[in-house]
Design a binder for this molecule. Structure first.
Ligand SMILES: Cc1cc2nc3c(=O)[nH]c(=O)nc-3n(C[C@H](O)[C@H](O)[C@H](O)COP(=O)(O)O)c2cc1C
Length: 398
């Protein structure tokens, strides 16, 4: 499956802030995402990161005030771009673009950018520079003109103090760029996603679980966020890149059950991608079970609450419920039966025995089975982050 990101054009402006040292990593990530990237550096930025590094990583000549190839570069580049990003954006460049000053190639490209080209800036500076009323006013001015000003976070700053002014990490910048590249066709829709495994503790140091990494669910949450939806992610105990997402952390199936119930009526779409443990130990042993004196241990298990069935039972008018069926045999038949049994609108059948599918893999193959027999079934295959985007296109076309 071709990725929606393929060939999208990013014009990246780099200014003279210390956070520029992170930009080669961003350029590398952009390259991996199959987007195209052209770079403009201010003269000052070249004191912080070498153009040769960026040229090697982007595969393109870096532009600066001395670049002249017989064309008008600020017009050519800003009209080429699908998005114009400035990271890091110094207090100086922020002030210039807020006042329409165009005294170098980057600020000229900003003023020449057509209305349809989103402009995204990442101010990064010392906290006093950031708090300065001039900087605050400049950010407000730009935001009021539709520029997306991504606020810096708090943390250790290069000047040796801790405070607000840190540029987001490269992968976080890329999430914002992808969000700016997407049409926000899910704006106003509320999406609840569950992801990851659950841990069903037997004693304080052991649990029953499964190999789910949450990648499919997080991709569903992330794609909906790119498309402008309000997203809540209920995540089991896995590492989750939660940037921009409202994440509720849970461990056990029972905790996931209560988190889902609490948020259910809020959601327009409920996507149940978590691999929830069906069983838990009947009795939790509060102290570590010792091996000494025991050759065999018999563990009695009881059923956990069936979250998907409960969601199906409580479904309100207009709500769309989407389940996943991780199966090892009779995949499609089992998935169809689960769809009906749990009163879902769609189910994504997932053969977890396949090569490059299912748990922990970056790729997946899923069959979307709708409840409505007039809607066709559809197979999605590719990177989880790409198929999540395509699944949403299908779901919102409804
Ligand atoms: C070591 C050093 C670090 C700097 N870091 C920052 C910074 O993080 N943010 C910022 O707004 N300015 C910073 N500056 C100041 C800018 O480099 C200066 O305002 C410069 O004129 C910016 O030019 P430009 O906006 O054209 O890139 C720093 C200056 C120096 C010498």
């Amino acid at each position: 499956m071709n990725s929606w990101k393929n060939g999208r054009k990013i014009l990246l402006g780099i200014t003279g802030g210390i956070a520029a040292y992170k930009i080669p990593s961003l350029v590398r990530l952009i390259g991996k995402s199959e987007c195209e990237c052209e770079i403009i550096m201010t003269g000052s930025a070249k004191n912080f990161v070498a153009p040769m590094t960026l040229e090697t990583l982007s595969g393109h000549k870096v532009r600066d005030d001395d670049s002249f190839d017989g064309t008008i570069p600020h017009i050519k580049l800003s009209h080429w771009a699908d998005v114009l990003v400035i990271a890091p954006c110094t207090a100086n460049t922020l002030a210039k673009i807020a006042h329409g000053i165009a005294d170098n190639l980057l600020t000229s490209a900003v003023i020449a950018a057509p209305q349809k080209c989103p402009v995204l800036i990442f101010p990064a500076m010392n906290e006093d520079m950031y708090d300065n009323p001039a900087t605050q006013d400049n950010m407000k001015t730009l935001a009021s003109r539709g520029v997306r000003v991504v606020q810096p976070s708090e943390g250790a700053l290069a000047c040796g103090v801790s405070g607000r002014g840190r540029m987001p990490e490269p992968h976080e910048i890329l999430h914002e760029v992808f969000r700016a590249l997407c049409v926000h066709d899910m704006a106003g829709r509320r999406v609840l996603v569950t992801a990851g495994p659950t841990h069903e503790y037997i004693d304080p140091v052991r649990y029953i679980s499964n190999p789910s990494t949450g990648k499919m669910g997080v991709s569903m949450a992330r794609s909906a966020w790119y498309r402008g939806a309000e997203v809540k992610l209920i995540a089991g105990p896995v590492e989750v890149d939660s940037y921009g997402l409202d994440v509720v952390r849970v461990k056990s199936a029972e905790e996931m059950f209560s988190a889902v119930r609490e948020n259910l009526s809020w959601a327009d779409y409920v996507v149940k991608a978590a691999a929830v443990g069906d069983f838990r130990a009947k009795d939790f042993t509060p102290r570590k079970i010792k091996r000494e004196g025991r050759d065999v241990i018999t563990l009695e298990l009881v059923q956990n609450p069936d979250i998907a069935a409960e969601v199906g039972r409580l479904k309100r008018e207009g709500q769309v419920l989407v389940g996943f069926a991780a199966e090892t045999d009779n995949v499609n038949e089992n998935a169809r039966a689960k769809l009906k049994r749990k009163n879902l609108d769609y189910i994504l059948a997932n053969d977890v025995t396949g090569k490059n599918t299912g748990f922990a893999s970056d790729t997946n193959t899923l069959r979307l089975i709708p409840r409505n027999p007039d809607e066709p079934e559809q197979i999605f295959s590719g990177l989880k982050e790409d198929i999540a985007f395509e699944i949403w296109s299908r779901l919102i076309a409804g």
